[in-house]
Design a protein around this ligand. Sequence first.
Ligand code: BGC
Length: 370
Amino acid sequence: MRKLVFTSVAIAAAAALALTGCSGGSDRGGSTGGDGDGASAGFDAGSTIGVALPDKTSENWTIAGQIFTDDLTAAGFKPDVQYAGSTSPVPDQQAQISAMIQSGAKVIVIGANDAKQLGSQVADAAAQGVKIISYDRLISDTENVDYYVAFNNFKVGQDQGTALLDGLAAKFPDQKSYNVELIAGAATDPNAQVFFNGAMDVLQPKIDDGTLNVVSKQTSFEQVQTDKWDAANVQERFDTLLNQNYTGDTKIDGVLSPNDTLARAAIQSVEDAGLGPIVITGQDSEKASIPYIMDGRQYMTIYKDTRKLVEQTVSMIKDLASGKDATTNTTEDNGSKKVPTFYLDPVVVTKDNAAEVYKDNDTLYPLTQQ
Ligand code: BGC
């Protein structure tokens, strides 16, 4: 196992920070470093790092667990990676985080199942001096989140909205308006609302000026959200919605889908109803969706390279281990505080750039060549 080496300079710096208390405002947006809670004296390289991931509602979560195990081990830490089960994910995750605190984890990385139901667990963590890094999904309404690391979710939504408009204009060049339907993710996941807000930032003006016609009239987040991010729920909603609204000459042209899993479900429903072809968005660059992108059944996806997100998280943990504040590039408001945040940039993928974007990904690149 590789050991982290702490220089005497780093230790002295950490001690000085601890002495001065280094507390106060959390709004350090745009700068590097500074969680506002004060750098601690660090911890041993061999320490346990907890990673509490949600149930595997999309492939990125499945991939993340293995990469965390590998990268944390390579950095000399002892990873404790746990997933919530799909039957009762919230209590599972709460129990897993409590167990991690009990077992002496120095940092707990959390991909929240329900961002509003971890308040008492992260309060316990804070009381024990355990740092919390919110991973991909921001834990809300608590002071006790030290850092957030994610791809910029609002930008993901905006990119999906823009791509839907571009795809519609390209596929139906003779049309001036388009019939579309909207899908959002699970209300318990704060990202779902942010993706939707980002997309509507682009799409709402086009709904207002009549370019887009949401035939079902289901336009609010509450109407279009998908319980548990479950594909079966989208398929059921779409089977009904298509049956009720797309009769006679009414054709469906496009669908805003927040991710690939739900896009495949909507495509299935549209094809089963004998409708389409449609322009549909996605996210995650799931293996199963790359063939859809390449043959035009799905217009776009988003690439959020999980390797990079984990790498950034592990880099934060290394900073904390050496007694430093972790590097951040902005802040994000979680309802209680401005959480020091590191955002990575999502990448838009269509058939045109898929091979280029995935060229260093041994799993995805071959799928662009078939
Ligand atoms: C993630 C998405 C994912 C979704 C469902 C979101 O929080 O950011 O990448 O598709 O959860 O698992």
